[in-house]
Design a protein around this ligand. Structure first.
Ligand code: 2X7
Ligand code: FE2
Length: 307
């Protein structure tokens, strides 16, 4: 496997340990606003509060120096089972289907195929449907790319991408989230088995109702037009963020189905449940790096690291 060498500065944690988890929303606007060389459209900036929040996470990831970053994305939707990126290198151009004028991004990522294979095996052992994605021409979704770019724009750490198996959510939020608990446990076992020091990423917005039209098409980054979709949606986000900051996961999981329904929360795709369950439902609170709206959606950048 050809993987970019990565200078390890001060590795944190023990082999087989999840060293941190991040809630890392993926509006393509944030990459557009950064003007990285990989993205074709140019901007005047915008959404700085969220992008400053991501700067803290980047520094933290450099400090932790993990072996691998795992990301669960709601925009890689698979109807049967949980699929896992499992080919050594993926390269290509990703165009956001809804915001092609903001996101046309040339990506290249190294995959930790050994860990990917172990996750698939552990899923099977737990009675979950799972498949390794071995097509070298597979086009990676923008959710995976945006969160990974914002957390590690140098792309010098191998990654593992996991799909969102959406079929459970057609029937019952609770059943879907229970399946994500099992996926989280299977992921943690695979990390332990392969001895990786891993960072986990839930690629999700919180409240997800958004404007149906761009407020200023001539200047998408016009911050005078950015605001929360509704006050009710904002209150839901604040309630959820406070529970996560307090480490009150029991109450968080109790209200999760209602939050998904009332605020159309993107975490209904299961990424946050997967991450928190893989981390053994941490009893310590999360650190909020920043909250902001993107086309009306609510986005929190948060970190779970043992104090
Ligand atoms: O996928 C997204 C999202 N979750 C939130 C806001 C804007 C665009 O894309
Ligand atoms: Fe999204």
């Amino acid at each position: 496997m050809t993987q970019t060498p990565f200078a390890k500065v001060a590795p944190a944690g023990r082999p087989g340990e999840i060293v941190a988890g991040f809630l890392a929303p993926h509006p393509p606007h944030l990459v557009y606003a950064e003007n990285p060389p990989q993205n074709e459209p140019r901007s005047r900036g915008g959404w700085e509060v969220l992008r400053w929040a991501y700067e803290h996470c980047r520094r933290r990831i450099k400090e932790l120096s993990p072996d691998v970053i795992l990301v669960h994305s709601p925009h890689w939707q698979t109807v049967v089972g949980h699929h896992v990126l499992a080919t050594p290198r993926l390269e290509g151009r990703s165009v956001d289907p809804i915001f092609p004028h903001l996101f046309r991004y040339d990506y290249g990522m190294d995959i930790d195929v050994e860990l990917a294979g172990a996750i698939v095996e552990e899923c099977f052992a737990a009675g979950l449907e799972s498949r390794p994605m071995r097509n070298p021409k597979f086009r990676v979704d923008y959710g995976t790319i945006v969160s990974l770019h914002l957390l590690n724009p140098g792309w010098d750490i191998p990654v593992v991408g996991i799909s969102a198996n959406n079929s459970p959510y057609f029937y019952d939020d609770k059943v879907g989230q229970e399946e994500m608990t099992r996926l989280g446990h299977a992921t943690a076992r695979a990390i332990a088995k392969t001895g990786r020091r891993a960072v986990l990423v839930a690629s999700n917005s919180l409240s997800h109702l958004h404007f149906s039209e761009e407020p200023n098409p001539a200047l998408p980054e016009d911050m005078s037009r950015e605001h929360v979709f509704s006050h009710a949606q904002y209150e839901w986000d604040v309630r959820v963020i406070n529970l996560l900051r307090e480490g009150n996961l029991e109450e968080f999981f109790r209200i999760l189905p209602e939050f998904c329904l009332e605020a159309f929360a993107e975490i209904k795709a299961g990424g946050l449940t997967w991450m928190l369950e893989a981390m053994g439902r941490p009893s310590y609170g999360a650190k909020l790096h920043g909250y902001g709206n993107v086309i009306g959606t609510g986005n929190a950048v948060m970190e779970w690291s043992r104090p």
